[in-house]
Design a protein around this ligand. Structure first.
Ligand code: GLN
Length: 201
């Protein structure tokens, strides 16, 4: 049977990730309760609004089971708000309803850190595919940044996979790939495929 990919679907950009995963030929399940985590080959934490997602992790009872599944090695792709949710520490989180991050990614993540004037843009970025266990002759990848965070001070086991204008935009830590941009807005599925591959490496 085809591998089953889960997408945290409490809020945000989960539908676009479904399209990317379907394009790869995977079965896809929206994760909205602890039971939905059973049998997954990978999980995606999508972009959206991290404050809302953090609150919904609590009200759905998903926080502990999701934490434990990722900590146990489930291949995980976190994009944008998903990366904020995984962080050990947050900066720039000035709202009254704060995000309570899962603390699984050894880095500080700075929310909305590109400022108002350039808060969203599309570009092409260079990925270190070898760090993802992929032999890829075409390093460049289309990337959308939407009110993106910045990854700061990654720990010793958190490897920088890509930078854009000097800023860290993608890191790998074991079974986790955390990125600050949106790969699901293009037809390029190599990022999703690479994370699925973490489970078989
Ligand atoms: N700015 C959002 C947040 O802080 C993240 C934006 C995104 O996921 N595209 O949660």
């Amino acid at each position: 049977m085809k591998p089953l990919a889960g997408i945290l679907a409490l809020q945000g950009d989960y539908e676009k990730h479904r399209k990317s995963l379907k394009r790869l030929g995977l079965r896809v399940r929206y994760v909205r309760s602890a039971e939905d985590l059973t049998g997954l080959a990978m999980v995606v934490l999508p972009g959206g609004e991290s404050t809302t997602m953090s609150l919904l992790l609590d009200s759905t009872g998903l926080r502990a089971p999701l934490h434990d599944a990722i900590a146990a090695g489930l291949p995980t792709l976190a994009t944008c708000a998903g990366t904020i949710l995984l962080a050990r520490e947050l900066q720039g989180d000035t709202g009254s309803r704060k995000v309570d991050p899962l603390g699984l990614l050894d880095a500080t993540v700075d929310r909305n850190s590109y400022g108002r004037q350039v808060d969203s843009f599309e570009t092409v970025v260079e990925i270190d595919w070898a760090l993802l266990g992929v032999d890829d002759p075409k390093p460049m990848l289309p990337a959308w940044f939407i009110r993106a965070p910045r990854i700061l001070g990654p720990g010793p086991d958190t490897h920088v996979v890509a930078r854009y204008e000097g800023e860290i935009i993608a890191v790998r830590q074991g079974n986790i790939l955390a990125i600050t941009f949106h790969p699901e807005l293009s037809r390029d599925t190599r990022i999703h495929a690479a994370v699925l591959g973490f489970g078989t490496a």
